[in-house]
Design a protein around this ligand. Structure first.
Ligand code: FES
Length: 639
């Protein structure tokens, strides 16, 4: 458990061997010498009627001398056994402790709990190497390789070149007992010795990192236990070169050293974040052996030192779309000298490795139901599909959803209005502010709000305020503020030929202008038209389930997204925010290399649709400008 795999084994079989034969991953560093303690399991006691098994601690061998010594010296939690030492003596249900439950508690919001089966690319293997013998003139390194093959089954091992001059000294320092870190996910299928330590080395970590245009998020994870040691984030320092992706591409085009400067800035930020997670997790950065990255295509190019200019114009050609393998050192990531770096594949010119990560995490291709997965940023990345077929596109939503281009817009930060309600009779607003855990009441809230330093309105509230203005009759289906409502409330203010809604009559004064509404309409129409185009490609009238990935998705209320016609009609209980799904995908690829092959194969199967080349897109876009839509019905919303 929890894999549920079953099998029959002769009495006396080590539990670790049985697990391996069943394909259940149980960590082991010392090779069954009962010294590393990584192979711990426990026995579930009781009758398991479904499988007709009576499992009992009586059916496992008593602790032997080696296991007892380990328990004495290092301690063994109550009920735990070393599976390398304990043998099967009768029917058993064995629990493999899952330290890999990810609380997907990413930078901003918890999404869903999940269990990732571990099969990391890096394995630590302890061996005792024969001492040199004048009659068998085989080199130290060659004897080490022989032992790694004999004890651990590693064939055709290669060695990271920087290690070769160190092998002699390490072997002698360890008195011929050494631990090799073996990486088995290189571009060539050969396993590589990437690090070597005297004696028993019992720690190996990896990082999973999502480089977004605004935020960089990182998990530091034990590759041996799957435990998340720390998670943190930092802002992307490239913002100083350009707020959004396209302005960063322009910066590269206009400045000869622009690409280099941005590459340096993002790599420094990643190294700074590694410092931060290592300090938080109490981990030495030299114990990081594997790094998995996901990024949008422009970040992908800039991080890897590739000119992103081609991505700024049609046909949006990626320099490389497949998964990439590097020595982390070559990308200036300062972790262990032998650490590797894996970048997930990109799906298309504007649907990057981050979308691949989100796809891996949410797995539309693993289910029968039609899943819509959207990651809303400056560009919305849209994936739609099921087991049969998956299609993907990106749509230029612009920065309005992130609060840019909105007169009082700002990023989601303390002081920003994040939720809005408008009384349909009085047209008076109520709102919630980030950092203030209260809804307003009509009497006196604004004084409170001023006291807590209200600063602006963020993306989630912009969606809500426009939807509430529509629901309360302030704006029409076409998104025009109805001047007649000015007679009903002093909050409707005339500005020349258009009208605005006064949301906050204090300092700062916050109005929702006709231009703001127009910016939201353009953004939501772009997203919806992209989704609709993919639905047409799939030949479906409706989707079964919707997943909102990314920070923005975590904060918007699905009901309001649907009132505005941001997403197609769907049962509201089937609309879920999944937090940083791209980061979760990176974590999955870090902890289990099979997930790398899975997403590489899947990305090859995903059909990419270029919205700019679809003549029909324009009409879908025009229809989607209306609230919620000019032609499409929203029956679930009416329910
Ligand atoms: Fe190391 Fe069991 S494999 S203690």
């Amino acid at each position: 458990m929890p894999s549920g795999k079953r099998g029959r084994f002769p009495k006396g079989t080590a539990v670790l061997d049985a697990a391996r034969q069943l394909g259940v991953y149980v960590e082991s560093v010392c090779g069954g010498r009962a010294t590393c303690g990584r192979c711990q399991v426990s026995v579930q006691e009781g009758s398991f009627a479904k499988h007709k098994i009576v499992s009992s601690n009586e059916h496992i061998s008593p602790k032997g001398a080696k296991e007892e010594r380990y328990e004495r010296v290092r301690g063994l939690p109550e009920g735990r056994r070393l599976s390398c030492s304990a043998t099967i003596e009768g029917d058993l249900v064995i629990d493999v402790p899952q330290d890999t439950v990810i609380n997907a508690q990413t930078i901003r919001k918890a999404a869903s709990d999940r269990v990732i089966e571990r099969n990391a690319a890096v394995q630590l293997c302890y061996v005792e190497v024969d001492e040199p013998d004048m009659h068998k003139p085989l080199g130290d390194l060659d004897r080490l390789k022989l032992m790694l093959e004999k004890d651990w089954g590693w064939k055709d091992l290669a060695v990271a070149p920087h290690l070769i001059p160190q092998v002699q000294a390490i072997l002698r320092k360890g008195n011929w007992g050494v631990t090799a870190a073996i990486h088995r996910d290189m571009e060539s299928s050969r396993p590589f010795i990437v690090a070597l330590y005297p004696g028993l080395k019992n720690e190996a970590y990896g990082i999973a990192c999502d480089i977004g245009s605004t935020t960089i998020a990182m998990h530091l994870v034990s590759l041996l236990s799957g435990r998340i040691a720390a998670s943190s984030g930092t802002s992307n320092p490239q913002i100083r070169f350009g707020e959004d992706l396209m302005s960063r591409v322009s910066y590269v085009m206009m400045n000869p050293d622009g690409r280099e400067a941005m590459t340096k800035a993002v790599r420094e930020a990643v190294n700074g974040l590694i410092d931060k997670v290592c300090a938080e997790g109490g981990v030495d950065r030299r114990d990081i052996f594997d790094c998995v990255f996901v990024c949008n295509p422009i970040m992908h190019h800039l991080f890897l030192g590739i000119d992103p200019t081609e991505l700024g114009q049609a046909p949006f050609a990626l320099a490389v779309s497949g998964a990439l393998h590097y020595w982390a050192h070559d990308i200036d990531i300062s972790v262990n000298r032998g650490a590797r770096l894996y970048m997930l594949p990109c799906i298309a010119g504007h649907v990057g490795a981050d979308a691949a990560g989100a796809t891996l995490s949410e797995g539309p291709y693993r289910q029968d139901r039609m899943m819509l997965l959207v990651d809303v940023g400056t560009n919305a990345e849209i994936i739609l599909g099921n087991r049969e077929r998956v299609v993907a596109a990106s749509s230029p939503t612009g920065p309005a959803f992130e609060g840019a281009e909105i007169s009082s817009g700002q990023r989601a930060a303390p002081g920003a209005i994040e939720r809005v309600r408008i009384d349909p009779l009085t047209l008076e607003p109520k709102f919630r502010i980030i950092g203030v855990d209260l809804w307003s009441d009509e009497d006196g809230f604004f004084e409170q709000a001023q006291a807590t330093g209200i600063t602006g309105i963020c993306g989630s509230a912009i969606i809500e305020v426009v939807a509430e203005m529509y629901l309360s009759g302030i704006i029409s289906e076409d998104g025009v503020v109805d001047g007649a409502t000015a007679a009903l409330s002093p909050r409707i203010i005339q500005n020349g030929r258009t009208f605005s809604y006064l949301l906050h009559d204090g300092e700062p004064r916050i109005t929702v202008t006709q231009n703001d509404i127009r910016a939201i309409q353009l953004a939501k129409a772009a997203l919806y038209a992209g989704v609709k185009l993919l639905m047409e490609k799939q030949g479906v009238e409706a989707v079964d389930t919707i997943r909102f990935a990314g920070a923005f998705g975590s904060f918007i209320d699905p009901k309001y997204a649907m009132v505005l016609g941001l997403i197609p009609d769907c049962d509201l209980t089937e609309v879920k925010a999944v937090g940083n799904a791209a980061g979760t995908g990176a974590l999955m690829a870090l902890l289990n290399r099979n997930h790398r092959r899975e997403i590489e194969a899947e990305v090859g199967r995903i059909e990419k649709i270029e919205t700019a080349l679809e003549p029909h897109f324009q009409q879908l876009f025009i229809d989607a400008m209306a609230l919620p839509n000019k032609v499409d019905p929203f029956p679930k919303l009416a329910e």
